[in-house]
Design a protein around this ligand. Structure first.
Ligand code: F3S
Length: 89
């Protein structure tokens, strides 16, 4: 069985801190001390949160959020390596 994996990303050059993304889905986005948003971790979207990720994309007034379908297995393995690297002390 195959399923589609998505990755969400906030462009820091476009984000102006409207915080709608965080309001819609605090499980996918985090805010810095200035209220600017970024994706949590590698931005991989759990299956149950894809619709909320789309809602965040649609509600960002700056069009700062992208939602990318990861269809290449190599992309997924790269992200897995990133995730493993992030948990290293
Ligand atoms: Fe930034 Fe858009 Fe969220 S401006 S804080 S990415 S709603």
């Amino acid at each position: 069985m195959t399923h589609t994996t998505f990755r969400v990303h906030v462009d820091p050059d476009k984000c102006q801190g409207h915080n709608r993304c965080y309001s819609v889905s605090p499980d996918l986005f985090e805010l810095d001390e200035l209220g600017m948003s970024s994706e949590i971790g590698t931005g991989l979207v759990p299956g149950g949160l894809v619709s909320l990720a789309r809602l965040a994309v649609e509600n960002c007034p700056e069009h700062a959020i992208s939602l990318t379908e990861l269809s290449e297995l190599s992309e997924l393995s790269e992200l897995s390596e990133l995730t493993e690297a992030e948990v290293q002390p």
